[in-house]
Unconditional design. Structure first.
Length: 200
């Protein structure tokens, strides 16, 4: 079975592959945007993670005719009323500049005391099928915002995120398998496993 992941993020594809493998699902070929005929990618102008995930999944399925999975995720900081939120990837202005995004967030939170540095990663995964069926799953991973980067793994805000359930290690200090078992995206993807299994 071919499954289109509406992204060019190979780390997200690897995470999906590991979740499927851990669930005993084999024989799924995961395609990235670079693997399908080019199409005009939609503007992610939704106000929520759910809105944006569905925008991307619907556009991908319409363009390819394949079951399409799209994720919209980000970091919601309590002190910033849930921001960066849906703006996480472009918090500093450009899209996907992890270093600049991290620097800006550290600066904005520099004088906030530890007891007010609560935050959480949020992921919403939308799966749109050629039949028109739509499935949406949400996962959250709570923790606090660190004052400096820690670890070399992961991507995005992982070096700044200290999970509540990781024995004092930052998200970027966890192995891929440890992160999958805890993470927001791992939780959301796990909810969609039964639907993906039913497609085989």
């Amino acid at each position: 079975m071919r499954l289109y992941l509406a992204s060019n993020n190979k780390k997200k594809a690897g995470e999906l592959a590991r979740v499927l493998e851990a669930s005993g699902i084999a024989g799924v070929e995961i395609l990235l945007t670079s693997d399908v005929p080019s199409y005009e990618e939609p503007v992610e102008d939704g106000r929520t993670f759910e809105d944006n995930a569905l925008i991307k999944a619907r556009a991908g399925m319409k363009a390819t005719g394949l079951p399409t999975l799209a994720d919209d995720s980000g970091l919601a900081v309590d002190e910033l009323n849930g921001m960066p939120g849906v703006l996480s990837a472009r918090w500093s202005g450009g899209h996907g500049d992890d270093e600049a995004n991290n620097d800006l967030l550290l600066g904005q939170m520099a004088h906030v005391p530890d007891e007010r540095r609560g935050c959480g990663f949020v992921s919403v995964c939308a799966l749109v099928l050629p039949s028109g069926e739509e499935h949406v799953a949400r996962g959250e991973w709570r923790g606090m915002l660190l004052r400096e980067r820690r670890g070399e793994g992961g991507f995005g805000y992982d070096p700044l995120f200290l999970p509540d359930d990781a024995d004092g290690r930052a998200s970027a200090e966890l192995t891929a398998e440890e992160k999958d078992a805890r993470s927001h995206r791992g939780k959301a993807l796990a909810e969609l496993v039964p639907v993906i299994r039913s497609l085989q």
